[in-house]
Write a protein that binds this ligand. Sequence first.
Ligand code: PLP
Length: 434
Amino acid sequence: MTPPPSGGDARSLVELDRALLWHPYSTIVDPPPVFAVTRADGVRIELADGTRLIDGMSSWWSVIHGYNHPRLNAAVEAQLASMAHVMFGGLTHEPAVRLAQRLVDITPAPLSTVFFSDSGSVAVEVALKMAIQYQAARGRPARQKLLTVRGGYHGDTFGAMSVCDPVTGMHTLFNAVLPAQVFAPRPACRFDGEWHESDIAETARLLAAHRDELAAVIIEPVVQGAGGMWFYHPQYLARLRELCDEHEVLLIADEIATGFGRTGRLFACEHAGISPDILCLGKALTGGYLTLAATLTTRVVAETISHGEPGVFMHGPTFMANALACSVALASIEVLLAQPWQSRIAAIERALAAGLAPCRDLPQVADVRTLGAIGVVELHRPVDMRALPPQFVARGVWVRPFGRLVYVMPAYIMDDADIATLTAAICEVVGSLR
Ligand SMILES: *Cc1c(COP(=O)(O)O)cnc(C)c1O
């Protein structure tokens, strides 16, 4: 038998971890190193050996206000004193209702009804089911497919996976169980570049050709996240909205990564001045405290589904609208909106752009781009995911690259000095690559 970890013994903890645990997209045979974390405050992650790291990842977009935040801690503690959770079938509670109201108030009109679930992937599944049920209720049961663009990422469950990029999303491996969707090219015009109408031409053609089998288009507005950290022109989104209306296909905006200010607007759809028919939120929704996601839709879509067969929306997670998660989400939104978040994000964008600029001259680097509180260095060749994290840790920062991308999306509280340290470490590590 393996003995339990002795308190604070990082070595045995990591050894036990290797024996017992899967990590995201990892192997259990000779796995890459993991670092044991003992606490986290603000933008600092503290390792078991006392090393303190400047966190560049916000734990995958989610920890927007930093770790161990007094207001968020207090929200969880206050809610815990009355109840942690109660089933949402036939019961309701104040945190869920107040959070739904808040989300409807801050998201683009006419989004007005909210479905809570437990993770981003499930929020996407819910969105896909809403779109299919909506079309069936309108007397178009053949409209069950989705159109999306290449280079997207929408989650790891089967429906979500079917709309991820077909290559990086491993469609070959799972082809017998994945529904075949319609893929348009990735938008090519850069966010800050010139718009060319030709960028949407193939998408327009595919939409027209497949309209009778399409329930919806799903897309990450303006920023494609895990599928390649690509920032495309908002006009693409504006044109896509028009095309969806023309063909009576719903538009699903997956703002699980971009929501809550990350791109400089509260929601990335605002860059194009559009509103989707269905909106997915997750990640930063609870400030990174608890797992919660939301799928919002319009009254028209919700009522159409409710008037169709079987007269209800067919989804209902056990932990739907978890009270602790709803309470901390409310507190996180209040903390965000109570501060001049636009100028904060603009300051982070300037600091990231200045700090990453030296990377542009490196022969290893293909592109450097920043938008809001996101900084990306794209390399010519994939990095060694095993070798790089320890090099970042040695420089006092936490950065987790993938593929050809070294990227950061810091908490909104990170100051210029920490951003300078973080970006200098990236330039150094990237510059040392052979
Ligand atoms: C992370 C992410 C998801 C999946 O969310 P999970 O909570 O990991 O299931 C879906 N869409 C986008 C755009 C994401 O960034």
